[in-house]
Design a protein. Sequence first.
Length: 442
Amino acid sequence: MNDGMTNPPGLLISAPSSGTGKTTVMLGLLRALAEDGLTVQPFKSGPDYIDPAFHRAAAGRASFNLDSWAMADPLLNAISAQAEGADIVVAEGSMGLFDGVAKPGELGHGSSAETAQRMGWPVVLVLDVGGQAQSAAATALGFRMYNPDLPFAGVILNRCASPRHERLTRLGMERAGLPVLGVLPRRGDLTLPERHLGLIQAVEHPDLESAIAGYATFLREHVDLEAIKAAASSGPKGPSSAALPRPPAQRIALARDAAFSFTYPHLLEGWRAAGAEILPFSPLANEAPATDADLVWLPGGYPELHAGTLAASDSFLSGLRKHAETKPVHGECGGYMALGEALVDKEGVRHQMAGLLGLVTSYEKRKFNLGYRKAQLLAPMAGFAAETILRGHEFHYSSILEQPDAPLARVFDAEGVEGPQTGSIRGNVTGTFFHLIAEAQA
């Protein structure tokens, strides 16, 4: 299907807003196309570390994030090159199609529309038509015309109540000249379980395989798969380059379990591609990091759900402390909290953490922290020199009770406003609330 001069043909699944059912469509479409014998490459637009694991389960192929705010052209080209050998690309948008931040970052505002336009992927708009009929066409037409240069494949109508409802809604779409690629009847059993950061993690789903197979059957019955395949397209390949992120060390002990799982796939791919060894270990299973690791990296996740187990994991904690005596340790968000002195859970119970930093965090009073972050390092951090500018993303509900250590960075939000969550450094140990996406180019 691919002539070699362009990326594999693709589509981007988006919607007017969150909560319209695009994840159900995405997972069902990935699996249905794979069942048809196609090699399907998934992507996610925007900073999300939960959806790619679901994509991988559905498509059998690693999914990667693409982000116009945090990533410059060379990195976007390197990540899109992960589609090499695929027959078709299916990308999932985030929030509404045109939603992004007010001020541009590396290339743009971080919207799904920017990803679709840069990659040449026509948009499939998933519309929740509950409570309306012909009026849904006005919404869809507004999205179609808001940026006339954006490639547009058509619409999938979701939560359709009856054959009459479908007829009336189709009538509006025909009048507006918008292709209808599928009509999904209303079903209450197709939502994925959620918690405070959105979906639960793929590894926690009680029967993920059965759920995805069900989505695929549902999509196959109600969506024109041939029309969707025919609508796929892409732009020319960018210059290929070795622009994936470089590893921060040669042997990296990486915490990986239900408490620490939020690592961006393009980072791990870049580390491996450059020859680094990734040595996974499970703090929840009371495993210590490899003693011959050059660096211990604790990603984000849900330590607050496992704080008692972590506090009692003596082998993990003593191994971590031993490593920190002579070699670097870095924690992101949940990993940062675990490196701190204590974590107070939502019931108000205080759990002792590693004590390698003085940070004390609490979930007793929820404080929502969300958004892009640009950080200027004040000290070296895990493979990055002082003064390096990093781009990342923050998403958590914890409050800081104590943050006594030296600040690691000056941290700014997407509007350029400097914030108090500077991260911390003490000896060989560093931590940040933001999840690293890329070293800044602009």
